[in-house]
Design a protein around this ligand. Sequence first.
Ligand SMILES: [Zn+2]
Length: 480
Amino acid sequence: MVEHRIHIAVVTGPSPVATTNVANILLPMNETENIPMPGSEIKTEQFPNQTPEHLPQNMSLSLTSFVVVKEKISDYFKHQRLEEKYQSGQISKEEFDQLLSFDFKQQLKDNPPIKGVFSPKEELEKLKNLPKEQKKEAISIFKEKLIGQRKALATMRVFMEQSIEFDNDTPKENLIELIDKFETQYGFDHQQRELSEHLINRYYENRQKVLAIRQQFPDNHELIKRLTDVNLGKKTKVGISVGPMTIDIWINKSNDFAKLWERSDNPKNQYYNYGGFASESSDPEHIYFIVINRNLWNRLSDDPTGKGVQKHEYEHQKNKLFKELFEVEKPLLPKITNNNGIRLPHTEHLFDRRKIIALENVKDEITAYLSGITILNMKNQLNSLFFNQKDNDYDYLSDVRKWVKLRNDPTSQELAQKILIQEYKTTIKKAVNSYAKLIRKGKYSNQEATALLTDKSLDNWPQTVKRILEQKNNNSKGKK
Ligand SMILES: [Zn+2]
């Protein structure tokens, strides 16, 4: 899509022929379709008492194109208005549905639909059997569709998240309808369809669970006891709210926060200076809950209400749900042999394995952070969060490093330096840089970028981003 500005004369009088006022509108337009670009600034200027024939040649329009342009402009303004209302949280149900259908139309323009079902697995098999001379073109078509479908799945996820955010109890049919819409246009295969439905079902299961448990335990302290097995005592001040699929526990004192933290998924540290954490009850019901530490010093600074932490923890719960369901790409299997086919020493194998697991944890954390901070801010925090070996809960490899130190064996130390420090750091940095590129060059929001990348391991982010941006370029070239 190319941005450029053109002048359009819009007659604002009762009829375009017998007109009194003419507005000169300066619009950045989508070159091929004459549609104002989303987010573009519109300047109007009045020319009172002039008819179109008095305008410079390039500014007058035929009656037909005038009507078309007028409709497009009014659509554009409608969209803008809805977008603003949505951003300020003052949108009605009907308007929200309108906004989604506007956004869907836009999606169809930005990401051309795929004809027929496109099953990546089956298509890949077909590619393997093609004669050599046909392969090159087939591969490039395959890649194009693969990325187009990835983008569609990501947009669908964003639509669903927004629908749920708008109304936690949005009817299931609405979300199923979204799958139908995207499936028809972007050729989801059976598996993709099934996974999307499972995801929705799991959301409603969790939703029902939190609503039911709250009803069953109207007393805050009893509910906390039920979920965490911790008795905070009747005098302790606590707050409870019901999130989309979590029970949110608001704690006032760090001491109380610490009691709950100690019982959560076996934290390795006694660090209580966290803003919050996400967990689930240990009984077979696995009820999701989050705990927010209201007392933390940062409540006073950049997150006075704790809403930022709440969002961050929601993101962790979402990741958990996706991990359970979406076919999360298996982290690269550890290398058993090196390039010459010689079996690697046990230590290297072990380090590789641990690095892969740690990177999955880093991804979970990074995506949670990016729900509330900018990518630039994220970049600046990488060091303090993941690299400076503070032996805190974000230091996922501290135990292995300690073990290496104790072993006092130069080969292991060298390997640890290479795999657990250098490679680990490089992968994280490259992944975050590629995310930044996606935001900067692809003009995606954090929510969209996360939806595009979250099922890929951090090692694969740079390659995936490259493909997405390449396709974006090709599309706009094609349209010219
Ligand atoms: Zn976190």
